[in-house]
Design a protein around this ligand. Structure first.
Ligand SMILES: NC(=O)c1ccc[n+]([C@@H]2O[C@H](COP(=O)([O-])OP(=O)(O)OC[C@H]3O[C@@H](n4cnc5c(N)ncnc54)[C@H](OP(=O)(O)O)[C@@H]3O)[C@@H](O)[C@H]2O)c1
Length: 294
């Protein structure tokens, strides 16, 4: 991964295709950086505020692409990206396409190959921000694909959110995206479970959440250690093994059911623990659970 500081950008021409919530925020940031911004959106009125502040509204995607070497795309999904680009493929030659639309790795692979066939460089992106946090220190964006194009345009991209290049294979950013969002949804699953248990005893969600956030911040510290065990495939431990965690989780599920709350979100984890224990790994680290998913 690239972590070297980016040079600051000199004003350049940039095109943004797609002015939904995220595209608007990206375009606004680029305009505020002082770049000559060209935009296109299916619903033209979404460009009004940007145009009032100096952006140029292109009448067609082809005209928008022709205006800049760097073309940032942020639309609903990859099907929309393909529908927009396919009729204007020739216009892409020599340009860098940075697609921050969310999608699956296979779609990024196919789009990256197609863009390359048009003679353009392809960089895929995964944005870790909401529109309101674009340009703030909290925001970061993962990029993968053409390393030269990323390096060439990094200074323009960096102010959108800290730019992290994760590799030259175009689908890598979406792979990371699936991984990071899986972690997020797993956390949300635990949150819903916790709030439901608290609610079953008349404890408000806010009170549970107050303490849960404190506890989860502590629990997060265990992850790098687990990751090291998983990478080394060395699950020897003298502290928190699968046996003890399986007993703990079984207690939690029993107590949860007794409170009249469903265990749908947590029961699958118990099945993984039990599988590892049945294979004789009860004394191994909790991290060995991963072996039931590989
Ligand atoms: N919002 C976030 O916090 C966030 C964060 C990370 C990643 N993302 C990803 O960024 C992408 C855009 O998100 P968003 O929040 O900006 O979505 P959004 O507000 O719903 O905007 C969707 C954009 O796609 C365009 N679009 C949809 N269907 C189209 C079609 N058939 N032809 C042409 N344009 C079409 C829309 O045009 P119209 O304006 O004409 O409808 C609009 O510009 C998504 O892939 C999303 O998953 C969003």
């Amino acid at each position: 991964m690239s972590t070297t500081p980016a040079p600051s950008a000199t004003p350049t021409t940039v095109t943004v295709l797609g002015l939904g919530n995220l595209g608007q925020a990206l375009a606004r940031n680029l305009l505020d950086q002082g770049h000559r911004l060209t935009v296109w959106n299916r619903s033209q009125d979404k460009a009004d505020a940007l145009v009032a502040d100096g952006a140029t509204l292109a009448a067609t995607p082809a005209a928008a692409i022709a205006a800049s070497d760097l073309v940032v795309i942020c639309v609903l999904d990859y099907t929309t990206v393909r529908d927009l680009l396919t009729p204007v493929g020739g216009a892409l030659a020599g340009r860098a396409v940075v697609n921050v639309t969310s999608g699956i790795p296979q779609a990024a692979r196919e789009l990256g190959a197609w863009v390359s066939e048009q003679g353009a460089a392809y960089v895929d992106g995964a944005v870790y921000a909401v529109p309101q946090t674009i340009g703030t220190p909290e925001a970061f964006v993962l990029y993968s694909g053409d390393a030269d194009a990323f390096a060439r345009h990094r200074a323009v991209l960096e102010p959108l959110g800290s730019a992290v290049f994760v590799g030259t294979d175009a689908p890598l950013a979406p792979v990371y995206d699936v991984a990071l969002l899986s972690g997020m949804y797993g956390m949300f699953a635990g949150f819903f479970q916790a709030v439901a248990v608290g609610g079953s005893a008349g404890i408000g969600a806010a009170r549970v959440t107050d303490l849960l956030v404190r506890w989860l911040r502590e629990a997060l510290d265990a992850l790098p250690g687990f990751a090291a065990e998983i990478d080394a495939r060395d699950y020897r431990t003298e502290t928190s093994n699968l046996d003890i965690n399986a007993v703990g989780l079984a207690n939690i599920l029993t107590a949860t059911r007794a409170q009249g709350v469903g265990v749908d979100l947590l029961a699958p984890l118990q099945r993984l623990f039990d599988e590892q224990i049945a294979q004789g790994h009860g004394s191994a680290s909790l991290a060995r659970t991963i072996e039931s998913l590989r």
